[in-house]
Design a protein around this ligand. Structure first.
Ligand code: 5GP
Ligand code: MN
Length: 335
């Protein structure tokens, strides 16, 4: 993978561009993809965002989201566009299988592939150019750096700022995680100068759920929470029946895992949700415990040191039992 600076000259001539991100895109994945899309379009490129799957309703206010193609439900259209593309940007994921059913298509494409990402251990050989930096707060921060580094920083406008701010806000936990550097705050200052309305963005993301989602959260906190004080760990195991009872949709479970770390002394929080195709794990930690490594070692996943995900094809009871078993190996690390 060559350094991203070697890619910049290609921006001088019009290109057909596809931008994609990890499945079930979150604020950072969707924000970075749309922010980059607006930027490339402002330079005269033909750019389209293709999401591997659907996404949460709380992202549907974002500028340009109406033109995003969901690969899962529009495979032919997405495939035709991808096959014509000169450039493929892969944002906010480190390994092609995080695009789920799109992995095969992306592997087949012979166009130039560019990675911009902040997850650990990227699959570098899959990309022509790229930048992978785990010290960055978000992929949105990296897209901002990309825009400035390209020499076309004067093209930054309010739409781009709105999209990029969204991912910076969500991936920094509203500016509280350690990766929230002085540079992050300077970027936000730049966005404010462009007219950014941070209050509305926060409301759109965090205050736009339906009543059922709040009741679901209450149900899980009351009935599904288990605190393993000897390991400073809290866990929630959520059966499919709960998702059906509260009519839970994509995105409704986001944020639930963070409540676990709000208990005094708890350093490791894990939730597992019984999805149709797999049991999906979310891991969060405070301080030194490395959940990326934990997810890689035991649950076919990865991510960042303090936030990672994984999966299992075992049933809910088995994968939960396995979690409690492997936790024993980490007793000393979790003290
Ligand atoms: P979440 O728990 O919100 O789904 O994911 C937390 C972080 O871990 C995100 O940065 C996400 O991109 C990453 N992540 C989630 N699931 C996986 C996975 O299966 N593999 C890898 N490599 N990263 C994941
Ligand atoms: Mn991210």
């Amino acid at each position: 993978m060559q350094h991203i600076e070697l890619f910049y000259p290609l921006l001088a001539t019009p290109q057909k561009v596809i931008i994609t991100m990890h499945q079930k895109p979150d604020g950072d994945a969707m924000g970075s993809a749309l922010g980059l899309c607006h930027f490339l379009q402002s330079l005269g490129h033909q750019a389209t965002v293709i999401s591997p799957t659907n996404w949460a309703d709380f992202l549907n206010w974002m500028p340009g989201v109406g033109n995003v193609i969901d690969y899962d439900s529009h495979r032919e259209k997405a495939t035709a566009l991808a096959k014509e593309a000169d450039l493929l940007f892969c944002l906010d994921f480190n390994i092609l299988h995080r695009t789920k059913h799109m992995e095969h298509l992306l592997t087949q494409l012979s166009c130039i592939k560019i990675l911009i990402d902040h997850h650990q251990q990227p699959q570098e050989e899959a990309f022509t150019y790229g930048i992978s930096d785990t010290s960055k707060s978000s992929t949105c921060e990296m897209v901002y750096d990309f825009i400035i580094g390209s020499g076309y920083g004067s093209k930054l406008d309010l739409n781009m700022a709105t999209c990029l701010y969204t991912g910076i806000m969500t991936d920094t936990g509203s500016f509280r995680f350690p990766a929230t550097t002085a540079s992050v705050h300077r970027i936000v200052a730049h966005f404010k100068d462009l007219g950014l309305n941070h209050t509305v963005i926060h409301e759109n993301i965090y205050d736009s759920f339906l009543e059922n989602r709040l009741r679901f959260m209450g149900h899980c906190l009351l009935n599904r929470l288990e605190v393993l004080y000897e390991y400073n760990t809290a866990i929630m195991s959520i059966p499919k029946a709960d998702l059906l009872r509260f009519d839970i949709r994509t995105g409704d479970t986001e944020g639930l895992v963070n409540y676990l770390l709000s208990i005094q002394g708890i350093r490791f929080g894990a939730i597992v949700i019984d999805r149709d195709e797999e049991r999906k794990w979310s891991f969060r930690s405070k301080g030194g415990f490395d959940v990326n490594q934990f997810a890689r070692n035991h649950f076919e996943g990865g991510g960042h040191k303090n936030a990672a995900g994984g999966r299992s094809s075992d049933n809910l009871e088995s994968t939960t039992r396995k979690f409690k078993q492997v936790l024993q190996q980490y007793e000393a690390q979790l003290q």
